[in-house]
Every structure is written in C-alpha cells, then in structure tokens.
Design a protein around this ligand. Sequence first.
Ligand code: NAD
Ligand code: TYD
Length: 354
Amino acid sequence: MKKIIVTGGAGFIGSNLLNLLVPKNPDRLFINLDMLTYAANLYSLKDIDGCRNYIFEKGDISDLETVKNLFRKYEPDSVIHLAAESHVDRSIVDPAAFIRTNIAGTFNLLEACKTNWKPGGGNLFHHVSTDEVYGSLGDTGLFSEETRYDPSSPYSASKAASDHLVKAYHRTYGIPVKITNCSNNYGPRQFPEKLVPLMILNALEGKSLPVYGKGANVRDWLFVEDHCEAIWLVFENGRVGETYNIGGSSERRNIEVVKSICKVLSEEIERPLAELEGLITYVTDRPGHDLRYAIDASKLKRELGWQPKETFETGLGKTVRWYLGNGEWIGKIKTGEYRNWIAKNYGERDSSAQ
Ligand code: NAD
Ligand code: TYD
C-alpha cells in the first residue's frame, strides 16, 4: 500500500483534502502529521477518524528528530506538505513561528526525503504554496508560473523561502517535487481569523465587520474543494519538477466580498440586509497590504484539464450554509487562544480610519 504523509492535515485545507481523499482511495495510507496549533481542529476530521487507511500523528515539523522518526516508522512514498503558519496578520505581529515552521519545517521534511528516498523510487514531495509569493499586482495583469517572486509579508516571504528550498532540493539532490501556488481559499472548516469566516461569524453575533483600509484590495477566491481536487490532480498527473498556479478566476474587492456575505446571510437567516451591512466598519489598513492578486491558471487547465466547479456565488452560498449548520464545530474552535487573538488584533485598531 502506498503511504502518503500529509502535513498540516488538521488545518483548513488539509482537513478538506483528507475528507475528500481518504474515503476515495482505500488503496493508499494517509498519515496526517500535525502539531495541532491554534489553527488545527481534529473535529474537522471526525468523519474519517477510524478509517483503516488513515492515521493521525501529533508532531512538530520544525523538530528534525520528530520528522526523522516518522520517516523511519512509516517509510512514506510521498509527502503532501501543507503544514504552515498561514495568517498574514499574525506574521506581522509575531514572525518567528513562520520562520520556524514554514522554512525550517520544510527544510526538515526535505532532508528526510533526501536521506530516505532512493533515486527512481517513485517518490514525490508535493509542496502546497500560495500566490502571495509573487507580491502584489497593479490594476491589471495576472500571476503566471514565470512571475518573479516579490513577497511582501513575513508570511509570504517564509512561503517564498520554502518554495525556493523545494526547487533547490530538486535541482541539487534530484528529489522529485511538484509545487502548487494557489489563490485565497474559502469554504467549510476555515478558522475564523481569515476574512470570509470572520465576517460570517461576526455578522451572526451582531459584531462589527472590520474592513481594512477602504476595502479596495482585490483577491482571487477559490472554493477549498476545488483547490483540493487540483492538488490531487497535480499530485497524480502533474509533471515532476514543475510549478502549477491554481486560481478561481473570481477577483473581488474585499468590500464586495463582505457585502456578498451580508446578502447571503440576510437571505438565509431572514435578517434585514441594511442591518447586516450596518455592521461594516472601516479600520486601519494592514501594513504592506498587497493591492491585488489574480491568477493565470491556464497551465493547469491546458495540461491537466482542471477548472473550478464552483463560482464565487455558489461556493459562498455553500460556505455560509456550512457555518450555519455546524454550530458544534464553531463552539469547539472558540478557545481562549482564539478570543485573545481577536481582542489583541482588533482592540488595537482605530475603527474611525477610512
Ligand atoms: P491552516 O492555518 O488552517 O492550517 C495549518 C495546519 O498546519 C494546522 O493544522 C497546524 O496545526 C499545522 N501546523 C502548523 N505548524 C506546524 C508544525 N510546526 N508542525 C506540524 N504541523 C503544523 O492553514 P491552511 O489555510 O489550511 O493552509 C494550508 C497550506 O496551504 C499552507 O501551507 C498555506 O500556506 C497554503 N495556502 C493556503 C491558502 C489559503 O487561502 N488558506 C491559499 C494558498 C495556499
Ligand atoms: P485574509 O483572509 O487574511 O487572507 P490574505 O491576507 O492571505 O489575503 O485577508 C483577505 C483580505 O481581506 C486581505 O486583503 C485583508 C482583508 N481583511 C480585512 O479587510 N479584514 C479582516 O478582518 C481580515 C482578516 C482581512
């Protein structure tokens, strides 16, 4: 049986990926290596817990011994590497964990691959990364796989460094790698520090909806299941040594996203739209805030036939309904740590800024 270590499988994208892959691939063993930071939620994996082809291992990828021991124990054929510190605002306040996990952690995994994998052994290190490594676009243009790296935040710089390490291990040591760089994901099981779930949960509780600056920054939004399907397609059929950009062709200004959330919510819970939109509060902008991200995903479409199944509207509807129907999940992530972060982040922002 082929064995795949999935790092960060208890996070947002990792848990969606495992929920998709474990039931569909009984001939593969999925080993979820996750240190369970604040962003993890084992409850997101309750449906596959107990599956014969799924194992959970708690461990820190920034600890080389942990990684080495796990490779010795399972002798994995492949790695799908998602574990990361992933929130830009946190990286601005406290970058150290980003350097440790995103850079040193990736290095440790690559070292373990180098030590344990033989040439021609049919192995693969699939590195899951972000479009934020490319920096910011102006009003026009798209990120392609050839766009020069120009990261703005400690988060994107740490992901850029990890991408470079992955490429270097391929060129220098011949480790078989693939890299995917994806745009902003949204969907079920996302920790509510990110824009979409934060706005949904705040609106439900009648709390303010903090929009940075003028809300004019543009992101390309992709429903998480579309991202997971693209990862699996590249993992199975993509070319070794290649990078593939993944995006939803769904550019929206942040204020449009927040207003769309208000609209879907007002229809779902029958609350007046004006009441929900009245919660929108413009707050001090994020330092170094990238203006616009947009993806050219034509390579993925051309080579592997991928395109997203959801539009932003259908995906957002599914997402809002998922949060409305999963009160228990929400209750479990509302830990003390979560509340402290929200208070610290938003308590210090000037809500009169426009
Ligand atoms: P997340 O923050 O929801 O989850 C990260 C997971 O990694 C958590 O379960 C956490 O416990 C685990 N983790 C963190 N540090 C670890 C360590 N030292 N050792 C082991 N496990 C550790 O992140 P996400 O949104 O699911 O993102 C997953 C990956 O996808 C990241 O690499 C991120 O850069 C990338 N990505 C995310 C997006 C997005 O919009 N969320 C877009 C493109 C790429
Ligand atoms: P986020 O979800 O943090 O993702 P990223 O920074 O990786 O793109 O933020 C998405 C956009 O929303 C980004 O332009 C910042 C903005 N934003 C707000 O306006 N208010 C918020 O409370 C948050 C969390 C984000």
